[in-house]
Design a protein around this ligand. Sequence first.
Ligand code: NAP
Ligand code: ZN
Ligand code: ZN
Length: 348
Amino acid sequence: MSTVTAYAAPSPTEPLTKNTITRREVGPHDVAFDIHFSGICHSDIHTVRDEWGRATYPLVPGHEIAGVVTQVGAEVTKFRVGDRVGVGCFVDSCRECAQCRAGEEQYCAKGMIGTYNAVGRDGEPTQGGYSGAIVVDENYVLRIPDGLRLDAAAPLLCAGITLYSPLRHWNAGPGTRVAIVGLGGLGHMGVKLAHAMGAHVTVLSQSLKKMEDGLRLGADEYYATSDPETFTKLRGSFDLILNTVSANLDLAGYLGLLKLDGTLVELGMPENPMSVPAGALIFGRRRIAGSLIGGIAETQEMLDFCAQHGVLPEIEVIKPDYINEAYERVLASDVRYRFVIDTESLRA
Ligand code: NAP
Ligand code: ZN
Ligand code: ZN
């Protein structure tokens, strides 16, 4: 066992503070790596504040982790000391169910083992990336391509794959019209990825404040959802709407923006349920769907795609003592567009 410094939430209502956690011995199939950067995902905040109702404390969040390998177990074949690697939202799964065998471990029948706020195979609580180092089974570790900086690669491990997977699943590309709702961490990756895939991209944001950014990131059009005109003007426009908003929305209005047979994919996970009138689906044979991150193979594919197409998140690198302030700024939609913690001081 080793001891590492981490930032942990002691309870749903207290700020995160510096703490010490342990990491397991490096087993035969394990990779140990120094964490260099860890992104702040809105899911970290939902979890820390116990909005999803299953948090255990102390809780070290962080599932957008990038670093450099320091040790590998005797049986490890995929990684060597010095490799640049990443870990996303899960660190294990049953490996036997149909989904695991199909490379969709995030939908494991027995439940994926989350990078934090879960219980690992060793029976110990898992703790995430706001820390100096981590030990993970090699099958759940990603390789970060040479062309990607570690700080910018970190958010790809959740925000990147969460948008890449539904864009691929619903065949976004030339000739398709995609709308991204919410220009935050997830949303801005959606704009970049959908644009790189050749789709026509529209941002639906609360206001026009970030319009210049949105167009620079690759959007073809940009509208404010606070303007009721938006919903009449864009009626029946989109093949695919990806909703990344972390709060409840009036989904019926957004469903009306879909073409016949269009799909609205729910990616945001607000605390409370949202209601949908049946008519919003029936007229136009519209669909509402959900999508959860992506499997290991698809995450690797996404990293390689981003390296090849130069798709990188826009980040603001912070020191760990700024985490609590960063949380407030994320909650105020004041993030451009992902906070990434430089964990150097946690490694010392
Ligand atoms: P974020 O950076 O805070 O972005 C969310 C965006 O939603 C904000 O930037 C804002 O965009 C918009 N928004 C916020 N409050 C709103 C409100 N009251 N009304 C309308 N729009 C609002 O968060 P994130 O890290 O991208 O995560 C977004 C959501 O996805 C969270 O719920 C998170 O838990 C979830 N998530 C899901 C998955 C998955 O696998 N499905 C993976 C990761 C995260 P504008 O300022 O442009 O309006
Ligand atoms: Zn996340
Ligand atoms: Zn499984």
